[in-house]
Design a protein around this ligand. Structure first.
Ligand code: ZN
Length: 135
């Protein structure tokens, strides 16, 4: 499936403003975008570290996936996202290789990327996202 790099690491946070402060004031990074992804019920903040982004995720609803995650596990690393050439093709390939999918076809995520998730039951417990600029 030709993974080129880690596109981003998704981190679930309780309070986006407080977390942005930590990343900016303690770690010295710069938040370059804040975006709400309505269908995922999250507000996201992005930082660039080399080729890789840190994506902070604050839930906008306790019913959303991040809301549920925080209720169960608390704040912390939520998922890892790999950059691929074509997310839908990569999802198909993963399924052919026996992976259970969260998304059968890619959908639009933050920053206009095409994204899809592999089920953590099939990925040794790591919620894995595949994303691509092109489809
Ligand atoms: Zn992500």
């Amino acid at each position: 499936m030709n993974i080129s790099h880690i596109e981003h690491i998704g981190i679930a946070v309780e309070n986006l403003d407080e977390s942005i402060k930590y990343y900016e004031e303690v770690l010295g990074m710069k938040c370059y975008a804040i975006e709400e992804v309505v269908d995922q019920k999250v507000k996201t903040a992005f930082f660039l570290v080399g080729n890789t982004k840190i994506e902070l995720l604050e839930s906008t609803s306790p019913e959303g996936p991040i809301g549920k995650f925080i209720e169960k596990k608390g704040q912390g690393i939520h998922h890892i996202a790999f950059a691929v050439d074509n997310a839908t093709e990569a999802l198909k390939l993963a399924e052919e290789r026996g992976v259970k999918l969260v998304d059968k076809v890619s959908r639009k995520g933050a920053e206009g990327l095409n994204i899809g998730f592999l089920h953590p039951k099939s990925t040794q417990g790591v919620l894995t996202e595949l994303c691509s600029k092109e489809e």
